[in-house]
Design a protein around this ligand. Structure first.
Ligand SMILES: N[C@@H](CCC(=O)N[C@@H](CS)C(=O)NCC(=O)O)C(=O)O
Length: 310
């Protein structure tokens, strides 16, 4: 049974930075597969069955989608130091969800306004900016997006509020980081690392940049390169891990064994289709076959995802 952690990600992906730092926090060794940032993604979709977002984590023939689920998986893989310290569990999880949604989209609307986009694509080949805009436009069809002016005002307010928290102690909720810190950090990291011309917004809150330095110092653990093809070979050679036997929680009137589709509620709603083999309190698991990867189990968190019969 393999337990090697394989992270599929790309350098400029904020949600990937969240997980890379969590791997560093836990001091873990992992395999690093760089995936494309735009469609098409044939190797990604061979493994996930449709889900295209970044990052996802592979352990043999098990695929874990979404950083909320990956974070809980890392906590199970290694409980110390904790991402979810017991007294903060509810608070930190809810805070992380706010950071991964409201804070993330506010920061990105600020980051990718024309001045930021110009920096991001300054050294990219011709057509790259248009291809990115087209890809992300299709992913966010139907979503309400903030205008840069409104995003700037909100981002400043959020930075001030976060700044108050990290003036009191080194990390958001105390002397040690927890899941909330990693979730709040990654959209700000994109501002600082990927569109530095936009980083003047931090000038008013030096406590934030000091906190960011503390998080960055955690590092990424022990990555080792792996090709996408080799990741597929790993999946093809492995059997999915046994399910944990957690109770079936049926909210949809869909029995285990049914062919279903699971998709994100919004942004990147490409569904994964397969046989529903688990629907626990917190996650769905689909079994699917692929000619390249054989049988894989693809896992999703329930929060933020939509389950439908085929
Ligand atoms: N809720 C997801 C969000 C992931 C997400 O939106 N990732 C961005 C990159 S940071 C993405 O998928 N962009 C499009 C892509 O990489 O194909 C999670 O927590 O993993």
């Amino acid at each position: 049974m393999t337990t090697t952690l394989i992270l599929h990600h790309y350098p400029a992906s904020p949600f990937s930075e969240k997980i890379r730092l969590m791997l560093g926090f836990k001091g873990l060794a992992w395999k690093s597969v760089i995936v494309p940032s735009l469609m098409p993604k044939p190797e990604v979709q061979s493994l996930t069955g449709g889900y295209r977002k970044t990052p996802f984590l592979q352990i043999g023939a098990d695929i874990y989608c979404d950083t909320a689920l990956i974070s809980t998986l890392l906590e199970h893989a290694q409980d110390e130091p904790p991402l979810y310290p017991p007294p903060l569990k509810g608070l930190a999880r809810i805070f992380a969800q706010w950071a991964d949604t409201t804070l993330f989209w506010t920061a990105m609307a600020y980051n990718l306004q024309p001045r930021g986009a110009a920096v991001l694509f300054a050294n990219a080949p011709p057509g790259a900016a248009q291809a990115f805009a087209h890809d992300r436009g299709a992913m966010s069809a139907g979503m309400a997006r903030l205008r840069p002016q409104d995003a700037t005002v909100a981002y400043r307010s959020y930075l001030r509020r976060l700044g108050h928290m990290v003036r009191e102690h080194d990390f958001l909720f105390g002397a040690e980081p927890c899941v909330a810190d990693f979730a709040a950090y990654h959209p700000l990291w994109f501002t600082r690392a990927c569109v530095p011309a936009m980083a003047g917004i931090f000038d008013a809150t030096p406590a934030i940049t000091e906190w960011m330095d503390r998080i960055a110092a955690i590092g990424h653990g022990y990555p080792e390169k792996l090709s996408g093809e080799d990741a597929i070979t790993v999946a093809a050679a492995a059997e999915p891990l046994p399910l944990l036997g957690e109770a079936f929680q049926d909210e949809h009137g869909i029995a285990l064994g049914t062919q279903v589709k699971v998709a994100a509620e919004s942004f990147g709603t490409e569904p994964t289709q397969g046989e529903l083999i688990a629907a626990t309190r917190t996650r769905y698991t689909l079994r699917r076959q692929d000619e390249r990867v054989g049988t894989v189990h693809v896992h999703f968190p329930r929060v933020g995802y939509v389950l439908k019969g085929c």
